[in-house]
Design a protein around this ligand. Structure first.
Ligand code: G3P
Length: 216
């Protein structure tokens, strides 16, 4: 499973990229707002610190404008992936932009039938939102499982980009189901490394090693 980091914070992206932990980046208008800088500058800077796909979301809601904005974003760098909302106009724009050779990420997906349409529109990625479904007591992981089964039934190339990830279990279950990518907030990504027994075991090893008086 590939890991993307879900942020527009350059410092986080740089650190995680240098650690070899991420295969790409996803942003959205809310994350761009938090970064409080011009979007084109942020996306350009992110594309310089990672070779992987960098999702940049259009703001328009009609297909023609989505296509125009998508091309503006794609012109920033070769690894820009154009992010489009899962609406009828978003699917139209997805088909057009994908047919022209651009990477596309259809986002705000909350049902398996929506994901099926995104695949038919040729989306490179579809982003089903796990956490936001859990927030309203609908099983977000079941959506990932349903999409995986449907995509496998018809051998769609569209990659499942598990999104709105809040916990380590979301990452674990998405991997068990076979999501192609998980996009994870920086703090959650860092927490994947941690386990109390690892820390405890290392502490014991170091204490015992010190007692040997040896050096390597
Ligand atoms: O960026 C797409 C998605 O990961 C956003 O998730 O946490 O805003 O529900 P969230």
């Amino acid at each position: 499973m590939k890991f993307f980091v879900d942020t527009a914070d350059i410092a986080d992206i740089k650190e995680l990229s240098e650690a070899g932990l991420i295969d790409g980046v996803t942003t959205n208008p809310s994350l761009i707002m938090k970064a409080n800088r011009p979007m084109t500058e942020i996306i350009a800077d992110i594309c310089k610190v990672t070779d992987g796909p960098v999702s940049a979301e259009v703001a328009a809601t009609d297909a023609a404008e989505m296509i125009r904005e998508g091309k503006v974003l794609a012109a920033i760098a070769d690894n820009v992936c154009i992010k489009l909302p899962l609406t009828l106009d978003g699917l139209k724009a997805c088909k057009h932009l994908t047919d022209e050779g651009h990477q596309t990420n259809v986002t705000l997906c909350f049902s398996a039938t929506q994901a099926l349409l995104a695949a038919k529109a040729g989306a490179t990625y579809v982003s089903p939102f796990i956490g936001r479904l859990d927030d309203i007591n609908i099983d977000g992981m079941q959506l990932i499982a349903d999409i995986r089964r449907i995509f496998d039934n018809y051998e769609f190339d569209t990659q499942i980009l598990a999104a709105s990830i809040r916990t380590l279990n979301h990452v674990r279950e998405a991997a068990l189901i076979g999501a192609d990518v998980a996009t994870v907030p920086p703090a959650t990504l860092r927490s994947l490394v941690k386990h109390p027994l690892t820390d405890k075991g290392l502490e014991t090893f170091l204490a015992d090693w010190k007692k040997t008086g040896q050096t390597i």
